[in-house]
Write a protein that binds this ligand. Structure first.
Ligand code: AR6
Length: 329
């Protein structure tokens, strides 16, 4: 997945580069800055001393010494002062300049902390939105895997209103699924008994009959995906980028008519193609899956699709908040 939001300690990331939320001296500090310097060892500070500091919104690169990554990109986020002091544009610059440096150093993967959202006081939801907007814009034109690493377990990413709406929807769906489940089982058992009493199963006696049935096989997942891309007037790259699916995986799907995708991959394409619930269900069935009210992941996806909300980043933030795997590869 080109953009992933994960929970981790950034010093453990073995991406090509990690980004440090530093201060303008570049000589270390608290928060993620302190953690990175501790894990990298004293040589990082030695190299930082040669850089002559860094202005807010700008970025500088060093080696990573004892860290598992190759480079550390140091950027200085703005202090939050209520939003009227150009904070958003400065924070955008942090991401843009860091990504440009990562690209210049041929990094294929880079991990960001939520810059400015700790000591510098930037509200976490706004900080995340800016991070996602800038990174997504960059990924439309560049191939790179970018991680946003969230450290503190309890940081609520989506708004409280959306959180409580989704929670209510999940509770309702669970209740409904348990009630339906019981009803459906009874009906199913009854109908099985009636069926076995009255009907003898059709027998396929000859191999040629089996052949002809197999010849009537339905459109595959890969065929449906390519057909829908055409019908929606999208290019392949518009579709896989919107789905947050990487180009290599898309090529595999395109080249293999019988490709078996994972459920999150199918749903990522359904969201990118803005399929309604019926079409989403059809696409899932092609890959052997179905939406179920017995798990939170499916209910959350259904919540968004049924409301016509196809913002994959917002959906992933909601999935992340509810501890579910994300859409995409
Ligand atoms: N891995 C990932 N994220 C982390 C980690 C970690 N190990 N530790 C903290 N965070 P902050 P700022 C998160 O305060 O707001 C320093 O003293 C943290 O939960 O590190 O840009 C500098 O020297 C928060 O969400 O950076 C500057 O003086 C995010 O990283 C000042 O703080 C950023 O929090 C910079 O403040």
């Amino acid at each position: 997945m080109p953009l992933e939001i994960i929970r981790n300690d950034i010093t453990k990331m073995d991406t090509d580069a990690i980004v440090n939320a530093a201060n303008s001296t570049l000589l270390g500090g608290g928060g993620v800055d302190g953690a990175i310097h501790r894990a990298a060892g004293a040589k990082l500070l030695e190299e930082c001393k040669t850089l002559g500091g860094c202005k807010t919104g700008e970025a500088k690169i060093t080696l990573a010494y004892n860290l598992p990554c190759k480079y550390v990109i140091h950027t200085v986020g703005p202090r939050w002062a209520g939003g009227g002091r150009n904070e958003k544009a400065l924070l955008e610059s942090c991401y843009k300049n860091s990504l440009a440096l990562a690209k210049k150093y041929n990094c294929e993967s880079v991990a960001f902390p939520l810059i400015s959202s700790g000591v510098y006081g930037y509200p976490k939801d706004l900080a995340l939105k800016t991070a996602v907007d800038v990174i997504s814009g960059f990924l439309l034109k560049n191939d790179m895997t970018v991680y946003i690493v969230i450290f503190d377990k309890d940081s609520l990413i989506i708004s409280e209103k959306l959180f409580s709406d989704i929670k209510e929807y999940i509770d309702d769906c669970y209740a409904e699924s348990h009630f339906d489940g019981r009803t459906r089982n009874i009906l199913f058992e009854d109908s099985c008994m009636a069926y076995s009493a009255s009907v003898s199963l059709p027998k396929i006696t000859k191999l040629s009959e089996l052949d002809s049935r197999l010849a009537e096989i339905d459109e595959s997942f890969s065929q449906m995906l390519l057909r829908k891309i055409d019908e929606k007037g999208m290019t392949d790259s518009e579709c896989y980028k919107k789905a947050n699916i990487d180009r290599k995986l898309f090529s595999k799907i395109r080249g293999d008519i019988n490709y078996k995708p994972s459920k999150p991959t199918v749903l990522a394409f359904a969201v990118a193609l803005e399929l309604d619930l019926r079409e989403t269900d059809e696409m899932l069935r092609k890959a052997g899956f179905a939406l179920s009210h017995s798990n939170k992941f499916d209910i959350i996806i259904e919540y968004f699709i049924s409301r016509g909300v196809y913002d994959i980043i917002l959906i992933n933030e909601a999935l992340f908040t509810f501890d579910q795997s994300l859409l995409g590869a």
